[in-house]
Design a protein. Structure first.
Length: 117
């Protein structure tokens, strides 16, 4: 076991997934006018939650970039909505900031623990 522990490992993975999601969102925005383009999303948190509830190995869960087949497509076959992408971008930013604040708090606790000895 490392000094950081398994909670830190999960937080770092969650932060990494927000980076992957940001790239998917950027790709969607870049292809907003590409006929036939299918919006891409990243699945991870829901799979992580299911693994946790089932008692599975959380470290075996890998993020997946999957096509969004539920959003309605325009007549040209493209289903990217700038409004949806902006909302996804905001949500992703909030997730990243939350994960990083939790991680910073964890390291602050470690630092205080070391300094108090």
């Amino acid at each position: 076991m490392t000094v950081e522990g398994q909670h830190t490992d999960i937080l770092l993975r969650l932060m990494s997934v927000t980076g992957l999601r940001a790239r998917a969102i950027a790709g969607n925005v870049a292809n907003v006018n590409t006929p036939g383009y299918t919006r891409q999303t990243v699945r991870f948190e829901d799979m992580l939650r299911k693994a946790y509830e089932d008692g599975g190995d959380l470290y075996a869960v890998e993020p997946e970039v999957v096509p969004d087949l539920e959003s309605p497509a325009r007549p040209d076959g493209n289903n990217v909505s700038l409004e949806l992408e902006l909302n996804a971008m905001r949500e992703n930013r909030v997730l990243y900031e939350t994960y990083s604040a939790i991680l910073a708090g964890h390291f602050e606790l470690l630092r205080n623990s070391i300094e108090s000895r």
